[in-house]
Each structure stands twice: as C-alpha cells, then as structure tokens.
Ligand binder design. Structure first.
Ligand code: HEC
Length: 172
C-alpha cells in the first residue's frame, strides 16, 4: 500500500510542468530598472537659491510631506498633489531623517537642519552649491551616504531641488 502511494506522488511530481504555474520574474531586468544611475556632479542653475517666498513654501512642502494624497493642506502654487497621469505626486519626506523647524515625527539618521542659516550659511561654512549638490546627488560628497538621491534619478526636477535648497538655507 505504502509503495503504491509513493509511486503515485512520484508520478504526479514527475508529470507536473510547474514552469507554467509559477511566475519566474526576470531578476536582472528588475535590478536594472531599480538601479541608481552613476553618481553625478551638478552645476547649480543660475538664481537657484532664492529668498522668493513662493519657492521657499514649495521647498517646505516637499521637505515635510511624503505624498500628495496624504497632505492635509493644499499644495502651494507650482506644486500638484495629483499628477496629470492620475498618480499622486511623491514629495521628499526629508523629515524621515532630518529635524528642522516645525518638523513633526522626524528621524535622526541625517543631521539636524534646524538653525541651518545662522549656524552654517551666515558663517560661510555651507554654500548654495554644496546644498544643491547634496540634495541632487549626495553620493558625490559621501559615497556611503544613507541619504536619498533626488535629481540623478528624476525624483525631482532642478527647480524642485532649488526650492528644497532655498528652504533649508532660509531664515525660519
Ligand atoms: C534616509 C535618510 C535621509 C533622507 C530621507 C534625507 N537625508 Fe539629507 N542627509 C542624510 C544623511 C545621513 C546626511 C549626512 C551626510 C551624508 O551621509 O550624506 C544628510 C545630509 C544632508 C544635508 C547636508 C547638511 C550639511 O550641511 O552637512 C542636507 C542639506 C540634506 N541632507 C537635505 C536633505 C533634503 C532636502 C532631503 C529631502 C529631499 C533629505 N536630506 C533627505 C540622510 C537623509
């Protein structure tokens, strides 16, 4: 009896062509799609760092929010909550790693960016180029960085990186 059952299982396993029922994703294609482009050095666009209040408001919104549908306040002028293709706009969620004035539930993986203007900008320790590059592609400054890449991978455009840099460097 036992032999018959064993034989039955063996026949079943031998006959089944599992390649038809199990999805086998192409891991190489997935890895290539998710891979970051090589670290890139950027030239800061002219007029990038600004004290224009509208730009700073956009930078602040991107810094403190994760995505369009979750934000309670309306998006400032020049930013969308939902993109024309119907997908929600992804923001920076920089507070996941950085404290800054007014941050709620911030993380501490990155340095505290509170009082950035008085501590680092006014003293000349940090220039716009550094902040712009750091946000655009932090890997140029620190190859082992834990910070997210923002421009090199197309998460944000140049203007949005300038808005973020202007916000970080502004007096709050
Ligand atoms: C996953 C964590 C993480 C996230 C998210 C993150 N950062 Fe960072 N950030 C870091 C770390 C860590 C550093 C310290 C330097 C390094 O390792 O790159 C840093 C450094 C910086 C600096 C340089 C500070 C200085 O003067 O030395 C700036 C500016 C900055 N981040 C801005 C941002 C902005 C803006 C965002 C959102 C778009 C952001 N970060 C998102 C982790 C993060």
């Amino acid at each position: 009896m036992r032999k018959v059952i064993m034989l039955g299982i063996a026949t079943f396993l031998g006959a089944a062509d599992l390649s038809q029922v199990i999805e086998i994703p192409d891991a190489t294609a997935i890895l290539l799609k998710d891979a970051l482009p090589a670290p890139k050095l950027y030239a800061m666009p002219e007029g990038c760092i600004t004290d224009d209040l509208a730009a700073i408001a956009r930078g602040k919104y991107i810094f403190h929010n994760l995505n369009g549908k979750e934000t309670k306040e309306p998006a400032p002028e020049g930013l969308l909550k939902v993109l024309p293709n119907g997908k929600e706009k992804q923001y920076g969620n920089c507070v996941a790693c950085h404290n800054i004035e007014g941050a709620k539930g911030y993380g501490n993986i990155g340095p505290d960016l509170s009082n950035y203007k008085s501590l680092f900008v006014d003293s000349g320790a940090r220039k716009g180029e550094f902040v712009y590059q750091k946000i655009a592609d932090p890997r140029m400054d620190n190859a082992e960085t834990h910070m997210t890449v923002n421009l090199a991978n197309g998460l944000f455009n140049e203007r949005e990186v300038c808005d973020l840099a202007s916000y970080v460097m502004s007096k709050k």
